[in-house]
Design a protein around this ligand. Structure first.
Ligand SMILES: NC(=O)c1ccc[n+]([C@@H]2O[C@H](COP(=O)([O-])OP(=O)(O)OC[C@H]3O[C@@H](n4cnc5c(N)ncnc54)[C@H](OP(=O)(O)O)[C@@H]3O)[C@@H](O)[C@H]2O)c1
Length: 375
């Protein structure tokens, strides 16, 4: 149980005991130093489970070998839930930050595979907790995304070696885990319209994933990667509530079936054949005065921003600084991508994070570029 003294792992361990598991070896760098980890061990022991805690780093082969050696008897399953986070834009990410994200998942999983050699005859599952971000990307988490994508592919590698590798790309989990223990990030993601998976759903996903042996004739290894968290129905409900709710993943051809579930009208009004926002193109075609072109631009920006921060359009004052709406690097990265897609204008990241920037000033910036390109 690697990293399973952390939030999700504690929940998964308790569920495993309910399902009859009785012998656990946990690996984590801080062992039972943290109160919830200590409490978990007490709770599991009270349920009759036999617990060994190895203080160690999954990225260090000797630590993993020590953990495997501590297991007496057959090994029924492995859960690899270690993670390290350090956010930065790719262009400014230090080597240290890169390794914080990569090592626990990439080096750690290789170490597990190597240390388990000769001990895998009874293995029912080798489950790795990946993230949906490994498939769809997150602006400031290139290291974490790459590490999770590695797990998704490593599951296939394990299958090719006859081992029951599974990678679950989890979406945002509420009620337990890292995000829940960092409420400001949880609040930010909820505000962005990301639909959370609760603890009960998480356990159902794990249960189904471990039990599912289905494969398709097209891809016999398809079942070793389960992707969750895109939640198109949740998005649909947001749309019904008046937000045009954008999930960039649904523009990806791989998500075309999911996207078809959604009413695509909401995005249709944003673009016309030229790739320029339709309302803006109309304003330009009609040869309106400069002021109304600027207004059209600001209106579009306000509309998009309202979806980004999940506030009604009429509650957004375009003259107020973006920082008063809680603009941060994640929102800024997403907003910046939209500016480029909608207007082909590259708004500097620092401009979006500046205390002085307003939706009005952004409108002016876009207006200057768009009108110049028209001339
Ligand atoms: N929570 C979510 O919403 C969410 C969403 C998608 C995916 N996931 C995935 O689910 C897993 C668990 O997440 P969580 O929310 O439970 O996070 P968490 O509470 O931070 O737990 C992660 C655990 O990993 C351990 N760990 C980190 N580096 C390690 C290393 N090098 N060697 C051994 N243990 C290490 C940490 O313990 P020490 O510090 O003591 O080592 C910690 O207990 C992660 O793989 C994450 O990517 C979570």
């Amino acid at each position: 149980m690697i990293g399973c003294l952390g939030g999700l792992g504690r929940s998964i361990s308790k569920w495993m005991v309910k399902r009859g598991a009785r012998k656990f070896v946990f690996v984590g760098r801080t062992g039972t130093d943290r109160k919830p980890a200590h409490q978990l061990v007490e709770d599991l022991e009270a349920e009759g489970a036999d617990i060994t805690v190895i203080r160690g780093d999954v990225g260090v082969l000797a630590d993993v070998q020590r953990a495997v050696a501590a297991i007496k008897g057959p090994i029924g399953g492995v859960i690899q839930a270690a993670m390290g986070l350090n956010e930065a834009l790719w262009t400014t990410m230090s080597v240290d930050y890169w390794h914080t994200g990569i090592d626990p998942k990439l080096i750690g999983s290789w170490n597990l595979y190597n240390a388990l050699e000769g001990r895998t005859d009874d293995l029912d599952f080798f489950l790795m907790t990946s993230s949906v971000s490994g498939s769809v990307g997150t602006a400031t988490e290139g290291n974490y995304c790459a590490a999770n994508y590695f797990l998704d592919i490593f599951a296939r590698f394990l299958r090719s070696k006859g081992l029951p590798g599974i990678s679950i790309g989890l979406g945002m989990i509420s009620e337990v885990g890292y995000l829940h223990e960092n409420p400001e990030i949880e609040a930010l993601l909820l505000r962005k319209g990301i639909q959370a998976i609760n603890e009960d759903e998480l356990l159902q996903i794990i249960d189904i994933t471990i039990c599912n042996k289905d494969s398709t004739p097209y891809d016999t290894m398809a079942s070793c990667h389960v992707l969750t968290g895109l939640e198109p129905l949740g998005l649909k409900n947001l749309q019904k509530a008046g937000f045009s709710g954008t999930n960039p993943t649904l523009n990806d051809p791989r998500a075309s079936v999911l996207a078809a579930v959604l009413d695509s009208d909401s995005d249709r009004d944003l673009k016309n054949g030229s790739g320029m926002p339709a309302e803006l193109a109309a304003a330009l075609e009609n040869g309106n005065e400069e002021l109304s072109i600027l207004e059209a631009i600001v209106q579009l920006i306000v509309k998009r921003f309202s979806n980004l921060v999940l506030q009604q359009v009429d509650k957004i004052d375009p003259a107020k600084a973006l920082s008063t709406f809680g603009m941060d690097s994640m929102l800024a990265a997403e907003f910046r991508t939209w500016f480029y897609q909608a207007f082909k204008v590259d708004v500097p990241f620092l401009t979006l994070l500046s205390q002085e920037t307003t939706l009005h000033s952004l409108g002016g910036l876009v207006h200057a570029v768009v009108t110049e390109s028209q001339n």
